[in-house]
Design a protein around this ligand. Structure first.
Ligand code: GUN
Ligand code: FE
Length: 475
């Protein structure tokens, strides 16, 4: 490849390595090729050695983009669970628990998306907003409407975000104004959405950024015939992703058990219809039984941890450490509008608090047997939080070979975080050259923490997907 086809980013870098470790370098070079893929990364290159390194790498003329002090690159966030049509509802209805909240607040808003014009306008601002929060991959639920969900996919595609877009399957147990007329039409519309998305053109790498995802809303909303047809569809398309909700709320669990008396558990409902597999994203998983944890682990399905929503809707605290100990893939989700904010930074904070609640309740206990061990009764560390927000999310979406960390061979899906005081966020006011030493490696680790806990979109300068800048503060 000729050297001019590279863009080389030079500056501080943070990237997850394992659930308990990450790499941080103050002076890293990251070379991105014309397909938006990272070709090579070199850590700890002093200013005076940049040109020599480029020469050694055979690209002396590459365009070098230099980050400023107080800025660092990290992988973009993966939001493993959100509802695009619910953004207009953020901040409302938190006096309710799940089933009443769906009925009183959520379904009335989602029903408005029968109007395609309304959908287009709303989704356009929704997707812009989510991108500027640093989310480079997003798992979107649309509504039950085919046309509106096609619009959502078109908008995500045109804005260049990596995403999974699904149309809710829901042919029963909803309000009369917001339910699909039959299981057959639900399947027909699902197939139509899949072909629509598969026909969107691929990006420069030839890899499609937007992919379809089967979205049986939850077991309650789907008849047996519908679940079994979706299972068939999944079986004939092993690479087709699946997303749904599981064990979020105690009344929901009881209702599900009443509807599927032959199934051993909530998780067994999905499993018995062939919907539990290594590219299934299970949102919430607050109250899984031991047997369900085993089943999810054995099927290699992933869990989307949505702590903000779990607090808001009074659902409970998901035992994430236990799932990690069992080797289950875990990522973070915003679950707007159960969650009140479309940023994974907010999920990071609430995941931290959720883990501390569990740690407080289990002080002194240690049931870390088997599996990876060590997470169950402890608070999540910064390394683990970083991992869940990025690489863990990519694992849950089964795209961790492509994205989730800034290493050679993966796509450059990245953000530039900016914690200088000029970024304009008063929560970070004291980070400047006078009060903080921004030159040491510890400072970079400090900057990461401060960004994760106090940063917001004012501190995200650039958002890249597949090497292309698609958002950031100046947008
Ligand atoms: N379960 C079924 N639908 C929904 C939804 O829209 N949000 C949440 N949080 N849980 C659900
Ligand atoms: Fe949800």
């Amino acid at each position: 490849m000729s050297s001019s086809t590279y863009t080389v980013y030079y500056g501080s870098l943070v990237t997850p390595k394992t659930l308990t470790s990450y790499d941080a370098s103050l002076h890293a070079l990251v070379a991105v090729n014309s397909h938006g893929v990272i070709d090579w990364v070199v850590y700890d290159v002093q200013d005076s050695l940049v040109q020599t390194t480029l020469l050694e790498k055979g690209c002396p003329d590459a365009e070098v983009v230099e980050l400023k002090d107080g800025q660092f690159m990290m992988p973009g966030f993966v939001d493993t669970h959100t509802h695009a049509p619910q953004l207009p509802n953020i901040g409302s209805g938190y006096q309710y628990e799940l089933l009443e909240w769906l009925k009183q607040v959520t379904f009335p808003m989602e029903a408005k998306f029968s109007n395609v014009e309304f959908a287009r306008k709303t989704y356009s601002s929704v997707v812009h907003r989510i991108i500027n929060q640093g989310t480079t991959t997003c798992c979107y639920y649309g509504t039950l409407h085919l046309d509106a969900t096609k619009e959502l996919a078109n908008i995500v595609h045109s804005l260049g975000q990596r995403a999974f877009v699904g149309k809710c399957n829901m042919d029963r147990n909803s309000e009369t104004y917001y339910v699909e007329p039959s299981w057959q039409s639900s399947v027909t519309d699902t197939r139509a959405l899949i072909s629509h998305i598969q026909n969107l053109e691929s990006g420069s790498s030839g890899i499609p950024l937007v992919k379809p995802i089967l979205t049986p809303r939850f077991a309650i909303s789907c008849s047996d015939q519908l679940l079994s047809s979706l299972g068939e569809l999944a079986k004939s398309n092993p690479s087709l992703h699946i997303q749904t909700h599981i064990s979020e709320n105690l009344s929901e669990i009881q209702y599900t058990r009443d509807l599927f008396p032959k199934c051993k558990s909530y998780a067994d409902v999905y499993d018995s219809f062939g919907l539990l597999r290594d590219n299934t994203v299970l949102a919430h998983a607050v109250h899984l039984s031991k047997e369900e944890i085993e089943l999810v682990a054995n099927r290699k399905a992933g869990i989307s941890h949505c702590p903000t929503s779990n607090f808001n809707l009074n659902s409970g605290v998901a035992p994430i450490g236990k799932y990690l100990d069992r080797g289950i893939k875990v990522g973070l989700g915003t679950d707007v509008s159960g969650g009140y904010f479309p940023s994974i930074l907010n999920s990071v904070r609430n995941a931290s608090i959720a883990s501390k609640i569990i740690a407080m309740q289990n002080r002194g206990q240690n049931d870390n047997q088997g599996g990876r061990g060590g997470f169950a009764n402890d608070q999540l560390s910064i390394a683990t939080l970083l991992y869940l927000a990025t690489l863990g999310g990519a694992e849950v979406c089964a795209i961790d070979q492509e994205v989730g960390s800034l290493v050679p061979g993966k796509s450059f899906d990245a953000i530039v975080a900016d914690v200088r005081d000029t970024a304009g966020n008063p929560a970070l006011w004291s980070i400047d050259a006078e009060t903080h030493d921004l030159t040491g490696k510890d400072a970079l680790e400090g900057m990461l923490q401060r960004f994760l806990f106090c940063g917001d979109d004012r501190n995200i300068s650039d958002v890249f997907v597949q090497g292309r800048r698609i958002g950031g503060k100046s947008n």
